[in-house]
Design a protein around this ligand. Structure first.
Ligand SMILES: O=C(O)CCC(=O)C(=O)O
Ligand SMILES: [Fe+2]
Length: 249
């Protein structure tokens, strides 16, 4: 998977941006941040953010897409299992909720590349954020740079290529009514070495209503579509994601 990912990023810029190669939907390839207001809001990275509905059943014609499909099949099984365990630990009986709402076709894979950055002390590889999903399964290479907030402090996640990193996302945060915390994370820019990572986002269909599994809920109900829209609008207007604060009751 990583080899195919590296090949995809090696393509000339105009091939990546015109959306024809490697045949993902228009807009899957992104670089930087959509509308930064100042330098520190510009992520020093490029990514393919791919809806699995684009690649499922693509057959063997494109090596990247069929590799992604195989990767997704394995990782989605793991994501489902983890979600089930997390629900069970909450004492909730929603054993089929994730199987029914987070189909493979509604999930996403994001391939990230962080090029070397000559002004690494002024930039992030990826701006601080939380993920807008139920949970994320992340694989990073040996370079390091991922950091997360623990007890109010930014700490580095030691790179380990033999391990997967599991992040709770905003939707589980709401669903568990603040029991599982959506983790703030970011990637430091690196002056000397490029870095790659691959993320699988467990997402529901856009119509799914997100609400806490217990009452009284700290958040108002919203659809996943509404949440994505709000996040996109905020990023466009302010240069950053406001996130769950918008939905607090
Ligand atoms: O590259 C990483 O380690 C983090 C990637 C990430 O947070 C994301 O794609 O949402
Ligand atoms: Fe993330």
């Amino acid at each position: 998977m990583r080899t195919e990912q590296m090949k995809a990023f090696k393509k000339p810029f105009n091939e990546k941006t015109n959306g024809n190669d490697p045949k993902f939907s228009m807009g899957s390839y992104t670089w930087g941040t959509p509308s930064p207001n100042y330098l520190r809001q510009l992520s020093w990275s490029e990514a393919y953010h791919v809806s699995l509905s684009d690649i499922l059943g693509s057959g063997g014609l494109c090596t990247l897409r069929s590799t992604m499909e195989q990767f997704a099949a394995k990782v989605s099984e793991l994501a489902q299992k983890l979600a089930e365990i997390l629900v069970e630990k909450l004492g909730q009986n929603y054993s089929t909720f994730f199987k029914e709402t987070c189909l493979q076709s509604t999930c996403f894979i994001r391939m990230n590349r962080y090029p070397t950055c000559p002004i690494s002390n002024q930039m992030f590889g990826l701006m601080p954020h939380t993920d807008s999903d139920f949970l994320t399964i992340l694989h990073q290479d040996h370079i390091g740079g991922l950091q997360l907030v623990k007890d109010g402090k930014w700490i580095a996640v030691k790179p380990n290529q033999q391990a997967l990193i599991i992040n709770i996302g905003d939707l589980f945060h709401v669903w568990s009514n603040n029991v599982y915390k959506s983790v703030h994370h970011r990637v430091a820019a690196n002056k000397l070495q490029e870095r790659f990572s691959t993320a699988y986002f467990l997402c529901p269909s856009y119509d799914t209503v997100i609400q806490s599994c217990v009452e009284p809920s700290a958040y108002r109900k919203f659809s996943f579509r509404e949440y994505r829209q709000q996040v996109q609008n905020d990023v466009k207007c302010f240069g950053y994601k406001v996130g769950l604060a918008r939905f607090l009751l």
